[in-house]
Design a protein around this ligand. Structure first.
Ligand code: NI
Length: 228
């Protein structure tokens, strides 16, 4: 799966994030990396102790929780507390890696299985060169560089990297999700069905027998494939 979502953050939310990150303290990005990815990782990450982090996380989680299309695509069971990174100067890239499958949650609350990865772009793409998120897809490489406030959601099992930023600064938020539906293919079928149902509801109305029956089938498939 690879999907992009435009304007996940409102203009006000984006501006607030940029202000908060502008005054924040950054550390080497190896904090959340595993052994292989630590070698590839050459960026900076917002300190876990940063005073700005709770508000930044709240803004992003609020934006995600109101986004119906994101919910339908991801069927999130749990979202890892969002993290923030910066690519600029000599700490400007992240080589090819796969995200670790099981990520310990803060405060010893067990583990999150990383079914999906998300990157929310926070810098205006006109203001930096490079910094594309490059995802190895079965069809080839996909290069993603989105407007500030937009987000890409992709399968965490893919090999991916971030190209070197050669001018300016690339700020982003990133996180992982455990989905209620573990299998990419099953999740995709549910998403396609949900989108088709939306269109059918528009044409036929909510109470049409076929709409009611297919909505039931959607939920019965979710019941069969989902875990909570
Ligand atoms: Ni990664």
């Amino acid at each position: 799966m690879l999907m992009t979502f435009d304007a996940v953050l409102s203009a006000d939310e984006l501006q607030r994030c940029q202000i908060l990150l502008g005054g924040a303290a950054w550390s080497g990005g190896h904090i959340t990396a595993g052994k292989q990815s630590a070698l590839a990782k050459n960026n900076q990450q917002l300190d876990e102790q940063s005073a700005a982090l709770p508000e930044l996380r709240r803004i992003v989680m609020t934006a995600l929780s109101r986004h119906a299309l994101f919910f339908s695509a991801a069927l999130p069971k749990q979202v890892f507390p969002p993290l923030f990174n910066r690519y600029s100067g000599t700490t400007n890239s992240f080589g090819a890696h796969v995200d670790g499958a099981m990520r310990p949650l803060p405060d010893g609350r067990g583990y999150l299985r990383t079914d999906l990865s998300a990157t929310l772009f926070l810098s205006d793409p006109e203001r930096y060169d490079g910094g594309e998120l490059i995802i190895n897809d079965p069809m080839g490489e996909r290069s993603i560089k989105l407007p500030a406030g937009s987000m890409v959601l992709y399968s965490a099992s893919t090999v991916h990297r971030v190209a070197a930023v050669t001018r300016g600064e690339r700020l982003a938020c990133f996180t992982w999700l455990q989905s209620m539906v573990r299998d990419d293919g099953e999740r995709r079928l549910l998403f396609d069905m949900d989108m088709a149902l939306l269109a059918l509801r528009e044409q036929l109305g909510d109470e049409h027998d076929a709409v009611v029956a297919l909505t039931g089938t959607y939920h019965n498939l979710l019941r069969r494939w989902g875990e909570v």
